[in-house]
Design a protein around this ligand. Structure first.
Ligand code: PMP
Ligand code: GLN
Length: 379
């Protein structure tokens, strides 16, 4: 068999979650909450099912949901996307990413992405014959040298993938970054895929800046969002994509033969639930409390925590504890100390050891406290 992804293994999130189960470890690896979503949202799904919303949704998504998303994006971010032509509901952010990549990438096209990178990007590019061009960012700041990015641009550069707030670095992009990005793609036949699934999870009074805040970038950008992150429902796999009408028309041509449409009753429920703004406006404060709990608890350990501006992940440096490569250290942490985390090296295409692990703190306080106790015994 001629594999399209010969060098791609089972995702590190699956691997570490399985190892956690095997060893009865606390699972701070794969990013998902260990608490439930709002009971009100669940009752809205039930109500939608009982009201008979059980057949195919429109290809682009239930219009009531697209209207609510349009209103939310306008109210929160001050950016307008037309519900009929510029918003499509997808099966999670993952499908939105995959479909956006499928929409623009022809064989031989080059795609700039920043490592550490979320694991879905490069394989999705390769499936369509694209060539990932990774830019290496390093701890502790993971700052982007935009001159270096500009140096990578060729007439074949078709897409630049960004992710802010960033998984796994927990850093956010600034208006200055977007200005540089806009300058680089100006007059190029190049698009931007902006993964903003953690848009509401930012800390210390910061506000999320979207690529779409930059008027010029907006015209070349696919924005990707996820209700899994917004409402603690990662298992529902519903998200959406925003893009200017001409790009969205092309996106939908692919989308209709990829999934065609997405879970109908959940879309109706989400449309209702989006009316309760406090549910998502309070998300940053909700997770900031968890982040702070984890920061305080880790202060009593030999792990050193890097600055965490957003997402529900933080990076912990274990160089005071061990010289082991990250994947071996994570393995031992799971099997011997029974806390599962993710090695940051798995977000790079080449061997790089910064002695960093990613910790997911989207967990109940008791889970975090118990994990911190175990981490305090690692020396
Ligand atoms: N992008 C990033 C950066 C993520 O962290 C995740 C999932 N945690 C996704 C995309 C996928 O989101 P979904 O579960 O909605 O497919
Ligand atoms: N996005 C989640 C994470 O970063 C994982 C989702 C998955 O397992 N594909 O942990």
């Amino acid at each position: 068999f001629r594999s399209k992804l010969p060098n791609t293994a089972i995702s590190i999130f699956t691997q570490m979650s399985q190892l956690a189960i095997q060893h009865h470890a606390i699972n701070l690896s794969q990013g998902f909450p260990d608490f439930d979503c709002s009971p009100r949202l669940i009752s809205m799904v039930e109500r939608a099912m009982q009201a008979g919303h059980n057949q195919y949704a429109p290809m682009a998504g239930v219009i009531a949901l697209r209207e609510q998303i349009s209103a939310k994006v306008e109210a929160v971010a001050g950016i307008y996307y037309h519900p009929e032509t510029e918003i499509t509901i997808t099966a999670g952010a993952t499908q939105a990413l995959f479909t956006a990549i499928a929409t623009v990438i022809h064989p031989g096209d080059e795609v700039i992405l920043f490592e550490p990178a979320y694991d879905a990007y490069a394989p999705s590019v390769r499936v369509f014959g694209g060539i990932p061009k990774p830019v290496t960012l390093r701890a502790p700041d993971f700052a982007i040298d935009w001159r270096a990015v500009e140096g990578l641009m060729t007439p074949k550069t078709r897409l630049i993938i960004i992710n802010s707030p960033n998984n796994p670095t927990a850093r956010v992009l600034t208006d200055a970054d977007y200005e540089q990005l806009a300058r680089i793609i100006r007059d190029q036949h190049c698009y931007v895929l902006s993964d903003e699934v953690y848009e509401h999870i930012v800390y210390d009074g910061a506000t999320h800046r979207s690529a779409a805040h930059h008027a010029e970038l907006r015209e070349h950008t696919f924005i990707v969002a996820s209700f899994g992150k917004l409402y603690h429902t990662t298992g529902w796999k519903v998200g959406y994509c925003l893009a200017p009408a001409a790009l969205m028309a092309e996106f939908r041509k692919v989308h209709q033969f990829n999934v065609f449409s997405v879970n109908t009753p959940v879309q109706y429920a989400l449309a209702d639930f989006l009316g309760y703004r406090d549910e998502y406006l309070g998300l940053g404060a909700f997770f900031q409390q968890k982040r702070n709990l984890m920061l305080a608890a880790l202060a009593a350990t030999r792990f050193r925590v890097l600055s965490c501006q957003g997402t529900y992940f933080l990076l912990a440096d274990y160089s005071a504890i061990s010289d082991l490569p990250e994947h071996v250290f994570c393995q031992e942490l799971t099997t011997q100390h029974r806390v599962a985390t993710i090695p940051i090296s798995s977000f790079y295409h080449k061997e790089i050891n910064q002695q960093l692990v990613r910790i997911c703190f989207a967990k109940q306080s008791e889970t975090l406290e118990q994990a911190a106790e175990r981490l305090a015994r690692v020396s």
